[in-house]
Design a protein around this ligand. Structure first.
Ligand code: 5RP
Length: 225
């Protein structure tokens, strides 16, 4: 099975948890895009849901598929959020933000009663840290935050686009990707990063996922926290 096939399998499996009338958090990235497209098919077939997207790209995709979009004024709490991840460690500790959407992802997923992670099995790790940990930073604070992340030994690098321009998030911030190496104590690393003034959010999602649907040649495995 190709990685794309596995992503599709996980995304389709997550649709089984979607019920008529639900409010949904719509994730970002390639796996989530498959989920949103499949959801669009169901909406075309008469399923009634509404969603809040975790990125401008996912919102555009959802709107193109006529999936109704809501907001936190109308819908303060979501029934279910479905999103991918860059790494899935023990206890369903996640690294997210490879696609740059970590801030809205954390906002949306923390407002959901249930958060399902969908991924192919390459995302499972014994310890987080192989994937660079994204940290979203206020633009003017970049030099200070960079220095402080370096002092923590987290090896930050400013994210750029392929054309060399600086990557700017949907919320107009920079992203520092931290080649931290192994992260033995994600809660401590999260607290250390959060204590730096100028950091908006980091890509460690701890104690947030309800369960993960992991697809491989063996099919889909539900991994509980
Ligand atoms: C975006 C994310 C994505 O969920 C993560 O990057 C996984 O993406 P993909 O499904 O393309 O592997 O956190 O900010």
């Amino acid at each position: 099975m190709t990685q794309d096939d596995a992503k599709r399998l996980a995304a389709r499996n997550a649709l089984e948890f979607v019920e008529d009338g639900m409010s949904l958090g719509l994730g970002s990235g390639t796996t989530s895009a498959i989920f949103i497209r499949e959801l669009g098919e169901r909406v075309k077939g008469g399923l009634k849901v509404r969603g809040i997207a975790t990125s401008a790209a996912s919102q555009t995709l959802a709107e193109s598929l006529s999936i109704p979009i809501t907001n936190f004024d109308e819908t303060p709490e979501l029934d279910l959020a479905v999103d991918g991840a860059d790494e899935i460690g023990p206890g369903l500790a996640l690294i997210k933000g490879g696609g740059g959407a970590l801030l809205r992802e954390k906002i949306v997923e923390s407002a959901a009663k249930k958060f399902i992670v969908i991924a192919d099995s390459s995302k499972l790790v014994k310890q987080l840290g192989r994937f660079p940990l994204p940290v979203e930073v206020i633009q003017m604070a970049l030099p200070n935050v960079t220095r402080k992340l370096k002092a923590l030994g987290l090896n930050p690098t400013l994210r750029h686009h392929a054309d060399g321009s600086r990557y700017i998030t949907d919320e107009n911030n920079f992203i520092l990707d931290c080649a931290a190496g192994e992260i033995p104590d994600p809660a401590k690393t999260a607290a250390d990063i959060r204590a730096i003034v100028g950091v908006v959010e980091h890509g460690l999602f701890l104690n947030m996922a309800s369960f993960a649907l992991i697809a491989s040649d063996q099919g889909v495995t539900k991994v509980d926290r």
